[in-house]
Design a binder for this molecule. Structure first.
Ligand SMILES: NC(=O)c1ccc[n+]([C@@H]2O[C@H](COP(=O)([O-])OP(=O)(O)OC[C@H]3O[C@@H](n4cnc5c(N)ncnc54)[C@H](OP(=O)(O)O)[C@@H]3O)[C@@H](O)[C@H]2O)c1
Length: 344
């Protein structure tokens, strides 16, 4: 494969590879030696963005050992906010953010986190408390940039406003669930990210493996697969395959795969790589073979006819007021006042 290209992380001065590497599997279904080889091969291909979280079992510790001696070669992202054990060990309060950041630094065996992401919206903590605690972490040198994951558009917009008013570090990225199977983000979140220059780092770009085409409606999940191992994943794969829309999308990906000679995973990832707001899908792999397959999703483009087919079969209705604006909106096609250029 040709090397991964670099894209700007939102409006920061940092560049990340067009495919990020998720470490959710590290130390879980993927042993440490294989995880280490995965990082080697990813780096050889030009990859430099690694994503983990405080709640991914031993992932941070495993990564800490794997990255020893080559920490500078990577943009390391982790997350905070999902429940850990005990009272006050959840959310985006100052107490939890500062304590978990220090723990993540220890587990990752590093002096700094490049991208510290709030994993989930916290409906209890005042946003000003979250934004100022994150700002302090940046000023202390423990964190370089801050981002969010799984937040709604109004929550991000409010957070950006709070940061701007207090001249505090603003979120530079959003990590949302986004794939051919999950395009709800295109209603509000993607326009917001384009407008405000946030990097978009989609998670579950293969819908947890469904878009690789390995699951069949009437067959049990293949041995060793996530759906065969984890009961919550079995249920979600079964739900997806039972759903007509999802099933049709998986079939369309398979058709494009047959027509192009690319694997289904490559077709699905390539489609996502080229979406307007996307910076770097975060790929998840269990094995070296999956990694090599998925890295070959970059370096080529779906032809317009295949892209159109995938666009159409997976399209979501935008709903009001977006649909209304498509019919009655004024100045359609005109350039917006604020143009974000060079975000990619
Ligand atoms: N911010 C968040 O809330 C959030 C949530 C979830 C994930 N994430 C991040 O996003 C990363 C990716 O998420 P994900 O693991 O759900 O991504 P995904 O790409 O949708 O699914 C990855 C899984 O699909 C299977 N797979 C991958 N490539 C394959 C291939 N070429 N052929 C066949 N099967 C293949 C593997 O599972 P099996 O082989 O085991 O079936 C692999 O673990 C995670 O590592 C994590 O860093 C973030």
């Amino acid at each position: 494969m040709s090397g991964l290209r670099l894209r700007r992380l939102g409006t920061t001065g940092v560049e990340v590879s067009e495919l990020g590497l998720g470490a959710l599997t590290f130390g879980r279904e993927t042993d440490e030696a294989t995880s280490s080889r995965i990082v080697d091969i990813y780096a050889e291909a030009g990859g430099n963005l690694i994503d983990t979280a405080d709640v991914y079992n031993d992932s941070e510790e495993v990564l800490g050992r794997i990255l020893r001696g080559r920490r500078d070669d990577f943009v390391l992202a982790t997350k905070v906010g999902l429940p850990t054990q005990g009272p006050n060990r959840v959310g985006a309060s100052r107490v939890h953010l500062v304590r978990q950041c220090e723990r993540s630094l220890r587990r990752l065996d590093t002096e700094w986190i490049d991208l510290y992401q709030v994993h989930v919206w916290d409906p209890v903590t005042p946003l000003d408390e979250t934004v100022s605690a994150l700002d302090d972490l940046v000023r202390s040198g423990k964190v370089r940039y801050v981002g969010v994951s799984n937040w709604a558009a109004w929550q991000i917009a409010k957070g950006l406003g709070v940061a701007a008013l207090g001249q505090r570090q603003a979120f530079c990225s959003l990590s949302p669930q986004y794939s051919l199977l999950e395009r709800d983000v295109e209603r509000e979140l993607m326009p917001l990210c384009l407008s405000e220059g946030l990097a978009v780092l989609p998670w579950s770009p293969l819908g947890g493996g469904v878009l690789s085409g390995k699951y069949r409606r009437d067959d049990p999940p293949p041995e060793g697969s996530r759906a065969a191992r984890l009961s919550n994943s079995t249920a979600s794969v079964q739900r997806r395959l039972a759903d007509e829309r999802s099933f049709t999308i998986v079939q369309a990906v398979q058709d494009v795969s047959d027509a192009t000679g690319r694997s289904s995973a490559q077709v699905a990832l390539n489609w996502l790589l080229d979406r307007p707001a996307v910076t770097a899908p975060i790929i998840g792999v269990r094995s070296l073979q999956q990694l090599e397959n998925n890295l070959d999703a970059a370096g080529w483009r779906l032809d317009p006819e295949h892209r159109r087919r995938l666009d159409e079969v997976s399209a979501v209705t935008l709903g009001y007021p977006h649909d209304w604006n498509q019919v009655y909106g004024i100045r359609q096609g005109a350039k917006p006042a604020r143009e974000i250029s060079g975000v990619h």
